[in-house]
Design a protein around this ligand. Sequence first.
Ligand code: IVH
Length: 697
Amino acid sequence: MYSEAQEKGLYADGIQLLQKSHFEIEDIQLLKEVINFADYRYYILSNSVFTDVEYDTLFKALQKLEEHYPNYVTADSPTQRVAQGISEKFQTVKHLVPMLSLDNTYNADDLKDWDRRCKELSGLDEIEYCIEPKYDGASISLIYDHNQLQRGATRGDGIMGEEITPNIKQIRSIPLRANFSEINIEQIEIRGEAIIHKDVFEQFNSQRISEGLQPLANPRNAASGTLRMLDSNEVSKRRLSAVLYHVSYYALKMGKDLPESLQTHYDTILLLHQNGFLTPINEMKKFRHIDEVIQFCHDFEARRDHLPYEVDGLVIKVNAIALQEKMGMTSHHPRWAVAFKFKARQATSQLLRVEFQVGRTGSVTPVAKINPVAIGGVMVSSVSLFNEDVVREKDLHIGDIVLVERAGDVIPYIVKALPEMRTGSESPIVFPTHCPDCGELLEKPEDEAVWRCINISCPSQVVERLTHFCSKDAMDIRGMGISNVKKFYDLGIVKDIPGLYRIDWNRVGALEGFGDKSINNLQQAIEASKAQPLHRLIFGLGIRQVGETMAKTLAQAVSEISDFYSWPLENYLPLDDVGPKVAASVFDFFALVENRTIIQSLIEAGLNTKSQKQGSEGFSGTFSGKTFLFTGTLSQLKRSEAEAIVEKLGGKIATSVSSKLNYLIVGTDAGSKLEKAKKLTTISILSEEQFLTLVNQ
Ligand code: IVH
């Protein structure tokens, strides 16, 4: 896409622009070019050249100039991705070429049959095939007219789709402009898949859960739901990507010939890649024998969980476009392509009973107990039903045969009941009126879907709150998982959060299964937690609507936690992503005397309650703007210590491997995070030694 010299030039231009204190009209063009380049590095190559702050500075400068000089706003300016607001409804549009589906194959024999048919149809005895991932997202079609992104649409019924151009522009990996005229193309229709990367999806769902919202079922549903959202602001927050894998139509300039670059499927994808699109190019393979294709299918299926996005199979395509045209299509699918579908992550089972679990905020969640069934190699016997609305919507009954799906790392969920399998002996799911644990009358706030136990001393809630406080993403107290927390709580050893810091270890020592070593480890973990950064403490306190990101925003806004005691409601609203709901929840939390007492006890126990801003003076900056993640077991440092070092030096601890991660520090027995990181070329993978050297530098 960019030559090395161009990259260097644009980077230098960016740095020069960043040094300016004042921007002029002459800077508009360069700002656009530099921002487009930064987008390309970030969204396509996952290898950013500018920090978030630098990027924002350039972006805001361009926005400001364009505000002053509206005549200079062009449709392909990066600012034009900025969400336009809410559409009333989408228009129906006709695809230039019908968006056909794919025929499916499930095993080696199916593939051999398809290979045979291809050879018969083409009259050849050897065909070159291209093989690439089958992305599990939502189909999209893009039209570029005179190089400019003109229209984006959903697949719809294949003939007509919905025009979703404003939402498509929120997908930062889709270029607003590409250079198709260079190869004499005036108009081109490109097909691809809008997807959400697994880590983005997980982060998004954990945020929703912490806000008391229902998590989205899987990345595929999330992608297709997002594309059709009426509010493009919301779309932009969901961080979709799009992989483009097919050119379905192009119109050439008068009197010009089929471009060289569109003679094979591979070259077509290469052309898209060179024009700045995200494509399967790095995963694509070419084979001339179906046995090689079959082998690749099996190898790839074994690796599917390590990919950063969901795939439900592979697509095998005849490489030569002329041959594709000769082979043609049915009304349903092209004859020159076929999908090899991976083993289903769905299974049917029977819904045996429903248990009601009380969460840390008192929410009562129905959990279906099903006949244990293996899905994608994992036994599933418990499936969350989220809330009463979900049970009603899906019309679930005890005794129903249900379809259960487990997509990758995502928690299993019930897709639907199979009513045709009912025998008449099924019974309705009855929601309790009282807390299954403490017996308190349940309440359902008007604007919420969940029933809640409002007794804050309800034992289940306390145990869940304590477990959350100790969890990895909060105070990271190893060894205090739910079973030990419950044991300590039931025996009265730990009754509340401050109780963790005054455990009577003699009593613990008398318990079965607690030797000197495990006690020592627990003591150390509890001690180390005192130094955790403030945002972890805020997250650990379990304030409703406050997930990890919000906790960081809050921690950044004060010098120390007790500052919140005197904050009026209005102070919260200007903070990033804080709406009235979050503001009210945090305000109410700090207004409550019981919560202030807890915080006071934690201060007295010696916990760090000061914001990083305060504690890091003197060193800040060394790691600033850099994100770190630790995986596996470290030998010289405890993980919490290592993380504290990073934060002290101004770095951030990431929650998962993504293109935003700068360093992955690997201890022994590292697992999937390492595998994931190896696929993202931008991440530096360091040993513990190398990390320490970096720190000492
Ligand atoms: S090619 C005529 N390639 O799978 C070209 N489709 O089940 C047909 N899909 O509707 C599409 N990854 O939405 C193609 N690498 C890929 C794909 C892919 C995902 C989707 C596409 C299609 C569906 C068929």
